[in-house]
Design a protein around this ligand. Structure first.
Ligand SMILES: Nc1ncnc2c1ncn2[C@@H]1O[C@H](COP(=O)(O)OP(=O)(O)OP(=O)(O)O)[C@@H](O)[C@H]1O
Ligand SMILES: [Mg+2]
Length: 485
């Protein structure tokens, strides 16, 4: 009888005469005899204590020691993670969760293993039991391993796809437009790509802020490194800090137990795109400012800092300057982000770009849907060029997408843009005819003219009030007053 099995065996011998009638005794006996059979029939077995130290190995286990490069004296008494590469015994002890079947690979080979926590009288984990069930599973478990190999390859493919998705999809040339305003935007973007300075993209919704951010990254020296975006408006305030700075291992229980890298860390060496920066809670603005100044992050629950090297591009459709004035956005953070501001004009202010945009978008939509590219007739073009496009290029894209998918007609007419047509009809009806304007009382005519001039100036400057005021030849204060505060 192997020496390792002595305690269990002698116990069996002494109790052989008096089999206990009670269930507890029976169970204790079953546990011992199971241990005994496993120690004999498994290829190897080890017991590890709560401190992860190997306290016992079966005779069978000893055959693996040469391959692991240890003698028994160098093995027993050492922490399992030191002597068995890739062992998960420590995890079983710390979590109290068994790993019933697993594959373990290290220099001794690949094995089918089982790991069970051992519990004391109070149910507390006192160690763990490790079993080597099979070696050379390559031959004994061929079908299962083939499946494992396939899953592994699928995982690798999914990982590289994810990495590809993280690479920006757009270049500065993807920003379609040949108008003066569009060319100026692209010029500023190219200049920004030459530097590491913070960029602030300002513009209404759907004007291409995210597209341009990707374009700047792709044209920069950081192009081969990650482009990571965070939409601040989409993340609940309570989770933003962890999202940005990460969580240290062990800071939380549950899913976050292992810790998690924050977006700053993920973007290390690359570009971090802070979308909807105007939605950032004030408390977090202070922390963000500190990170930008120090280029260091401190994960939640950690007291060690990580150095990070990130280029920041922020974007917002809100009037940040007004938010600063109203005390809703920290001035110091604003200046830190506003090093290279780029104002993206709304579509209505560069309506000359409508045709090239329609061409590019229609082509993209057709390609994605696997359909032939659709053309627009002249009336449809005229209709779309009279629309105000409050949702800008995104709205244009949606309108084209809907029209394309709605019909089999190869040519799209006004009928395919019914909601825009209805909107324009309503607008035309409510706008006073020129004849009536002439017959208006002077104060009313003046007020109407003034409000139209302001609307157009704001449209032309992409909502930039300072620039609009300049264009109108009035002070910014006067413009605010006329806008009603
Ligand atoms: N100049 C452009 N050329 C081609 N496509 C554009 C252009 N501008 C925007 N788009 C397209 O319009 C859509 C909206 O653009 P994007 O998401 O960059 O806008 P955004 O300014 O970030 O809007 P929001 O403020 O709502 O987040 C995207 O599909 C984008 O590819
Ligand atoms: Mg966006």
């Amino acid at each position: 009888m192997p020496h390792a099995n002595k305690p269990a065996a002698s116990l069996l011998e002494t109790q052989a005469m008096t089999l206990p009638a009670d269930a507890d005794g029976m169970l204790a006996l079953a546990a011992r005899s199971m241990f005994d059979s496993f120690a004999r029939s498994a290829m190897g077995m080890m017991v590890v204590d709560r401190e992860h130290r190997v306290v016992w190995i079966s005779d069978g286990y000893k055959r693996f020691l040469p391959a692991l490069g240890r003698t028994e004296a160098e093995f027993v008494g050492r922490r399992v993670e030191e002597v068995v590469p890739n062992s998960l015994m420590a995890q079983v002890i710390d979590s109290g969760q068994a790993i019933l079947v697993d594959l373990l690979t290290n220099q001794a080979g690949t094995f089918v293993v089982s790991r069970l926590p051992l519990r004391g009288a109070e149910g507390e984990v006192i160690g763990a039991l490790g079993l080597v069930l099979l070696d050379q599973p390559e031959t004994t478990m061929q079908p299962l391993l083939a499946k494992f190999g396939r899953l592994q390859r699928e995982l690798d493919a999914a990982r590289s796809q994810l990495a590809a998705q993280r690479r920006p999809k757009h270049t500065i040339a993807s920003f379609i437009g040949a108008s003066e305003a569009a060319i100026e935007v692209k010029r500023q973007a190219r200049r920004a790509a030459q530097t590491d300075a913070a960029v602030l993209l300002l513009g209404e919704t759907g004007t291409g802020k995210e597209l341009l951010a990707q374009g700047i990254h792709a044209a920069s020296a950081r192009a081969a490194r990650p482009f990571i975006g965070v939409n601040i408006a989409a993340v609940p305030d309570a989770l933003l800090e962890a999202e940005f700075f990460g969580v240290a291992p062990g800071a939380y229980t549950g899913a976050e137990r292992k810790g998690r890298d924050g977006k700053f860390k993920l973007a290390d060496g690359g570009t971090l795109f802070l979308d909807e920066i105007g939605d950032m809670p004030l408390a977090l603005q202070v922390k963000l400012l500190r990170v930008l100044q120090e280029q260091e992050v401190e994960p939640l629950g950690s007291n060690a800092v990580q150095r990070v090297d990130v280029r920041i591009i922020a974007a917002t459709s809100r009037d940040l300057q007004a938010m600063v004035a109203a005390g809703e956005f920290r001035a110091d953070l604003y200046y830190r982000l506003n090093v290279l501001p780029i104002a993206l004009p709304p579509l209505r202010a560069r309506i000359a770009d409508l045709d090239p945009l329609i061409d590019a978008l229609a082509e993209d939509i057709a390609r994605r849907a696997g359909l032939a590219v659709k053309q627009l007739d002249q009336d449809a073009h005229d209709l779309l060029s009279r629309h105000d496009w409050p949702g800008n290029i995104r709205e244009l894209r949606n309108a084209l997408e809907q029209a394309t998918l709605m019909t089999d007609d190869p040519v799209l007419g006004t009928g395919h843009f019914a909601s825009i047509a209805t909107l324009l009809e309503a607008r035309d009806r409510s706008t006073p005819a020129p004849v009536r304007t002439a017959l208006q009382r002077l104060p009313q005519a003046k007020a109407e003219l003034e409000s139209r001039a302001i609307r157009e100036a704001l449209a032309a400057t992409g909502g930039n009030k300072a620039a609009a005021a300049k264009l109108l030849g009035i002070s910014r204060a006067t413009l605010y007053e006329k806008l009603g505060g």
